[in-house]
Design a protein around this ligand. Sequence first.
Ligand SMILES: Cc1cc2nc3c(=O)[nH]c(=O)nc-3n(C[C@H](O)[C@H](O)[C@H](O)COP(=O)(O)O)c2cc1C
Length: 268
Amino acid sequence: MPILGIDYEKCTNCQQCYYACSKFFKRDKELNKIVFTDPHHLCDSCGRCVAMCKSDAIIYENLGELLEFEEVQNPSKLISYGTMHKFMSAKRSIRGYKKKKVPKRILKKILDTMKYAPTGANIRTLQCTIISDDDKIKKLSEIVMDAIISSGNPSYSQNFIKAKKHGIDTIFYNAPHIMIIHSNNPGDSMNATIALTYGMLCAQSLGLGTCWIGLAHGVLASSKEIREKIVGIHGNVWGVIIIGYPAQIYYRVPPRPDIKTKGLNELV
Ligand SMILES: Cc1cc2nc3c(=O)[nH]c(=O)nc-3n(C[C@H](O)[C@H](O)[C@H](O)COP(=O)(O)O)c2cc1C
């Protein structure tokens, strides 16, 4: 039970915890204060109460590191729309990498950002497997190609037969690292997609390139044998990306169609 209660020495009775979560924070009229009550341990540890308490009066344990920085109250001060828009629109799928491994501390930074991605009901069951061994990546690439070839999908089979013959890795593009997101929670699909998207954007801020590899995801998601015996993952695979230092340069942002939207034109 990570949220334990309220430190009344610090509490100013501002009641923000109650507004953050009226499910477990209740007004006790007799005591004239807010009390935390979770007899059935149902609190999902979202930490909104911790984040909204100005006087830091919420008592908790095992929630992870608490971040405090000035702009947390107004994140738009950190980055302008113009910079954000350029950063996001310049995010390309990278399919050519330098032969250089990414240091552990850099990959850790990416994971440290991914953990702030929202998840349904704040359920934090995602796990990550990073594969960095070149031989293992090559082997997995061949296994994925074989699986696709044997599935007989005409849009891919011929290309992969040719690629395999010439020893070309058209699955992972000789990337130095593969990041696989998985879990035992069948409801983690969207959580994983959002977390990996956070990861790809964070990677870009660190000078790294990424590419979502749906082909590998498809094979790993559907083959328990490949998942368990080759990659050592038990449970569901939700997404696969490659990461490394880009060896490709994009000189401009490719044009993209507008998202067809209803309900915008009538607004002022
Ligand atoms: C769900 C998903 C699956 C993808 N699978 C692959 C893949 O297997 N191989 C690949 O080279 N690119 C893959 N991509 C990258 C897309 O081809 C790419 O995002 C798209 O062409 C747009 O290009 P951009 O990311 O550079 O803007 C995938 C992207 C997404 C979102």
